[in-house]
Design a protein around this ligand. Structure first.
Ligand code: PHE
Length: 455
């Protein structure tokens, strides 16, 4: 069934798609990868992966969504009725729901840190802001918090309620309106934090640390990480782009949209680098790995504690992180909402309830896996780690591979041509390049990364 819902404006559809793309991937994965991969040497690889591979694969997802105006399972069913290709769409829905379960937990942590930054509780009890002491203080605080069972669950519930509120508002009045407000907020906060970081004493050494390429750090692993990071940060293989582009008007220039989204996502990653590296270098914290959750919940609070007005900077940063998390979370929940609406002919309200209410239990499990369920292991991993690994390392590459093979090979070539050219009304030499990448280069590289990750 075709969804008639559409984004109301071009800006709105870009804001929503960028909102999905800019998430924890840009903010806590990117600095760690850049540090390990030789600063701008990694950045260069990442830019190449985003533009050469990410954009064409993003286009392939757009073709399916905008071309059929259907959810991620319906798109395959509509184009090739009776075939089994819809299983690729089902894998996307499964991946997106599993990711939603643990991403909501992290959104909850972010909201708790935001709340504690505003009330000042985050810094309560910190004796001196001396390096060793504050490291231990914020490290212990985080550990105590995630292990405390009840408090994280309360904030998971808050996160579910926030996401539900937005989703109930619908595509235009919920997702689009929120993205139109929050995306400018995100860029403004990033610019402010960048200004603060770049004016710290010794900031220029941090800029050099980030931007001076160290090509000796480039190993096959770093190349594969750059590719994985490009795919994750563009929200590929999750059904999100199929779903969102089904709300794009028919005359949307897809190639242009995908390049704008990719460039804005890259811009955020670079800006985040210019916030983190100068600050870390200025306070002499660059000797430790800038690893994901520790970077955000331990290293950065350490830095805020040493600035004048710590509450202000930490509140601003956690607003930034909350914005990134919320706009990504609603996009991934929308995959299931749209599928239920289209496949099961549910009303929006019922579909939102069916997707979000089970999360009160399903997100509680990964949340408790840091506390009283820590003993419960699946293939030797906690529930949280299992959900993360299974969805991001296995399901996402399989879905992206499926999408490329489907659009590049299984569909009649006229489909790809029509979608690339908006039915012949728009020509560009890049169209041929995109087709070649979707058919040959992307599948080969995705298989290589997949095998490499499994070994
Ligand atoms: N691009 C997103 C990010 O960087 C990927 C994502 C989207 C993850 C939606 C979860 C939910 O975080």
């Amino acid at each position: 069934m075709s969804t008639k819902t559409e984004f109301a404006s071009k800006i709105g559809l870009i804001a929503a798609t960028v909102g999905s793309a800019v998430g924890l991937g840009n903010i806590w994965r990117f600095p760690a990868e850049a540090q390990a991969g030789g600063g701008s040497a990694f950045l260069l690889l990442y830019v190449l992966c985003v533009l050469l591979l990410g954009v064409p694969v993003m286009l392939a997802e757009f073709f399916l969504g905008r071309g059929t105006k259907s959810d991620s399972i319906g798109a395959f069913r509509k184009l090739t009725p009776g075939s089994k290709w819809w299983t690729v769409g089902s894998a996307a829905v499964l991946a997106s729901y599993l990711i939603l379960c643990f991403y909501t937990v992290v959104e909850g942590w972010t909201l708790e840190y935001l709340y504690e930054s505003i009330t000042g509780g985050l810094f309560d009890g910190l004796g001196s802001s001396d390096t060793e002491e504050s490291r231990l203080f914020f490290g212990a605080r985080m550990e105590e918090y995630v292990q405390s069972d009840l408090r994280p669950l309360i904030f998971v519930a808050v996160a579910i309620a926030v996401n539900m509120g937005v989703l109930l508002g619908g595509v235009q009045k919920g997702i689009e309106r929120l993205s139109n407000i929050l995306m400018p907020v995100l860029f403004i906060i990033l610019a402010v934090l960048m200004g603060v970081s770049l004016t710290l004493p010794g900031a220029s050494e941090g800029v050099a640390y980030f931007l001076k390429p160290d090509f000796s750090k480039i190993t096959p692993e770093v190349v594969f990480n750059a590719l994985g990071q490009a795919f994750f940060s563009l929200s590929l293989g999750m059904g999100i782009l199929i779903t969102y582009s089904s709300y794009y008007p028919k005359d949307t220039r897809l190639a242009r949209t995908s390049v704008i989204v990719a460039l804005l996502s890259l811009l955020v990653a670079v800006m985040v680098g210019l916030v983190i590296f100068p600050a870390v270098k200025s306070f002499g914290l660059d000797n430790q790995p800038l690893q994901g959750a520790t970077l955000v919940f331990v290293t950065l609070p350490e830095i805020f504690a040493r600035l004048p007005l710590p509450q202000l900077w930490s509140a601003l940063f956690f607003i930034l992180l909350a914005v990134a998390a919320i706009t990504s979370c609603i996009s991934i929940a929308e995959v299931s909402v749209a599928t239920l609406q289209d496949r099961c002919k549910m009303s929006r309200v019922k579909a939102v309830m069916c997707v979000m209410l089970p999360l009160t239990v399903l997100s509680a499990l990964p949340s408790l896996s840091f506390g009283s369920l820590e003993w419960l292991k699946i293939f030797g991993m906690t529930i949280f780690d299992f959900l993360d690994n299974f969805s991001t390392n296995i399901l996402l590459p399989l879905v992206s591979l499926g999408v490329c093979l489907y659009v590049g090979w299984a569909l009649p070539s006229g489909f790809l041509r029509d979608e690339l050219t908006n039915k012949g009304s728009y020509h560009s030499p890049l169209n041929t390049l995109s087709a070649v990448i979707i058919r040959y280069l992307a599948p080969v590289l995705i298989i290589l990364v997949f095998v490499y990750d499994l070994l």
